[in-house]
Design a protein around this ligand. Structure first.
Ligand SMILES: *[C@@H]1O[C@H](CO)[C@@H](O)[C@H](O)[C@H]1NC(C)=O
Length: 238
C-alpha cells in the first residue's frame, strides 16, 4: 500500500514537471525581465532631465523671434526655427526634410513635420489650415505647444470660459493632464514633448485603426519616427 501511494504521487510529480515546470520557468524568466525592465525605467526616470537636448525657454523665445521676423509667413517661420536649431549642438539630431504627414489623434486632424524624435523628446510642427478639434490625449510627457500662427482654445471640466492661446504664446500641458482643444481656423504650432515618447505613439495611432484606416499615412509616420528614434539612439541620444 505505501509503496503504491508513493509511486502514484511520484508519477503525479513527474506529470507536473512535464507540463507545469516549464511554465514556472517561463514565469520566473518573465518576472526577472520585468524586474530588470522596471528598474531600468525607474533609473532612467530619475535621470530624464539629463537626456533632453531642447529647452522650453529657448523654444519659446525662438518661436517668438521667428514670428517677429516673418509674421504670418509660416513657411518662413518654420525655416527660421529649424535653421537656428541647425546652427546649435542640436544639429546632429534634426530631420531637415519637411516630410509632412497627416496626423489623426483624439478625434482631431492635422498634419505634422517631425523635426526631432527620440525616446525622451519630440519636436514637430503641427497644424492645419482649416481648423480642428479634439482630445489632447493623456500623455507620459510634458507638452509645450508654441503657437506660430492662429489661435488655439482649450477647455477643462469645471470651467465656464475657454483658455485662449494666441500667436506667440505657449500652451503647456503637464504630463498626465487632459483637455479638450480646438483650432477655430488656420493654426500651426511648434510642439515640443519631453518625457516618455514611445507610449504616446499608441494615442497617435489609435485613430488610424478605429477610424481612418489610412495605412499609407501610418506607414509613413512609422518609417519617419522609427528612423529618427533609432538614428538618435545610435548617436547615443536616448
Ligand atoms: C497674423 O494674422 C492675424 C489675423 O489676420 C493678425 O491678427 C496677426 O496680427 C498677424 N500676425 C502677425 C505677426 O503679423
Amino acid at each position: 500500500m505505501p509503496s503504491k501511494k508513493s509511486s502514484s504521487s511520484a508519477s503525479t510529480r513527474q506529470n507536473q514537471s512535464k507540463c507545469g515546470c516549464f511554465s514556472f520557468r517561463k514565469l520566473g524568466f518573465l518576472a526577472v525581465i520585468l524586474a530588470l525592465l522596471s528598474s531600468v525605467v525607474v533609473y532612467l526616470e530619475a535621470r530624464l532631465e539629463s537626456f533632453y537636448i531642447f529647452t522650453p525657454d529657448h523654444l519659446h523665445d525662438l518661436s517668438q523671434r521667428a514670428v517677429a521676423a516673418h509674421g504670418n509667413d509660416t513657411r518662413a517661420v518654420v525655416k527660421y526655427i529649424v535653421g537656428e536649431l541647425n546652427e546649435k549642438e542640436t544639429s546632429a539630431h534634426l530631420n531637415l526634410d519637411e516630410e509632412w504627414v497627416f496626423n489623426n489623434a483624439g478625434g482631431a486632424m492635422g498634419a505634422m513635420y517631425i523635426i526631432h524624435a527620440s525616446i525622451t523628446e519630440y519636436l514637430i510642427i503641427f497644424g492645419t489650415a482649416i481648423g480642428t478639434e479634439g482630445h489632447t490625449g493623456r500623455h507620459t510627457a510634458d507638452d509645450y505647444f508654441h503657437i506660430l500662427q492662429g489661435t488655439q482654445l482649450a477647455y477643462v471640466p469645471g470651467e465656464y470660459e475657454p483658455e485662449v492661446y494666441p500667436q506667440g504664446s505657449v500652451h503647456h500641458l503637464p504630463r498626465g493632464q487632459v483637455k479638450q482643444y480646438k483650432m477655430d481656423g488656420s493654426c500651426f504650432a511648434l510642439e515640443y514633448a519631453r518625457g516618455w515618447i514611445p507610449p504616446m505613439l499608441f494615442f497617435g495611432y489609435a485613430d488610424t485603426f478605429s477610424s481612418t484606416l489610412d495605412f499609407p499615412t501610418l506607414w509613413a509616420t512609422t518609417r519617419i519616427t522609427g528612423r529618427e528614434m533609432i538614428g538618435n539612439l545610435l548617436k547615443g541620444k536616448l
